[in-house]
Design a protein. Structure first.
Length: 277
């Protein structure tokens, strides 16, 4: 209990530091060490957000704080612009449409009908109820718990563009016996997008820097088969995935997110992020 109290106190001190609302740090994309013997369980925070949601910059800043604390290889943010139209819709003052049909489908399925709200590795999902939702104030604790849990599968991936086509290769390495099937999701996100955002003080920041914005899914939104039960340590899973590259996306600001989940409960077992070479 004393260790738990000390850890909680440490987290509290870490996130009580003054925060600004604009995420102006450079995008941290880079190849990570995904060697199975070295890899630990990482965290995907699906941040449901909107450019006309005044509290949403606080959630984005929380992700930036977690990345600074634990590293961009352990904490992977994904800003999904989906939810009520008064938060995500466009207007003269907020002209950029960040929404995607895929993002709306994810938001509708998980029932996140208010902003900001998020999911940390989609833990605690059930067919009814909202135990998988969490306020950004809870993300530090939930992320620490997830990172401290057992890694069941390690991942490696690489991504490149050839003749206007994005090519992603992914491999999985079971670390324990897996007695359920696996699905893999591959998606594109982009950072350092300058566009207006409503701020917590009700002002409009015309030069807000949007980070981790969902652009498109390379696989189906709900993934594609990656492994069939049973799987054991020593097995190697692999797949290749392609998408026509949208030239509106800035390649140097883009990254590929790859995650594997249990289709029985949507729980994300592992996630990694790699740059687009």
């Amino acid at each position: 209990m004393r260790k738990l109290f000390a850890f909680s106190a440490l987290l509290s001190l870490l996130f009580l530091t003054p925060q600004c609302d604009v995420v102006d740090q450079p995008f941290k994309g880079g190849t990570i060490d995904t060697t199975s013997s070295e890899q630990r369980r990482n965290v995907l925070i699906e941040d449901f957000t909107g450019h006309r949601c005044k509290n949403c910059p606080k959630a984005s800043k929380e992700i930036a704080n977690l990345v600074d604390a634990f590293g961009d290889d352990r904490i992977i943010g994904l800003a999904i612009h989906a939810g009520p139209g008064n938060f995500t819709g466009t207007s003269t003052d907020y002209p950029t449409d960040f929404t995607t049909q895929e993002g709306k489908a994810v938001q509708n399925f998980f029932g996140t009908n208010f902003l900001p709200v998020g999911m940390v590795n989609r833990e605690n999902w059930t067919a009814s109820g909202n135990g998988h939702w969490s306020n950004y104030a809870n993300w530090p604790t939930l992320s620490a718990e997830a990172m401290d849990s057992t890694l069941r599968i390690a991942l490696e991936a690489s991504a490149s563009i050839t003749s206007g086509q994005l090519n992603v290769s992914a491999q999985g390495f079971p670390q324990t016996s897996l007695l359920h099937d696996l699905k893999i999701v591959v998606l594109v996100k982009e950072s350092n997008i300058v566009s207006p955002q409503l701020m917590p003080d009700d002002t409009r920041d015309p030069d807000y820097v949007h980070m981790n914005v969902l652009r498109d899914y390379v696989t189906d939104t709900w993934g594609t088969s990656f492994g069939t039960s049973p799987m054991v340590p020593g097995d190697t899973l692999s797949g290749t995935y392609t998408l026509a590259w949208n030239t509106d996306w800035v390649q140097s600001n883009a990254a590929i997110v790859v995650y594997v989940f249990n289709p029985d409960n949507y729980r994300i077992l592992q996630v990694i992020e790699v740059p687009v070479d």
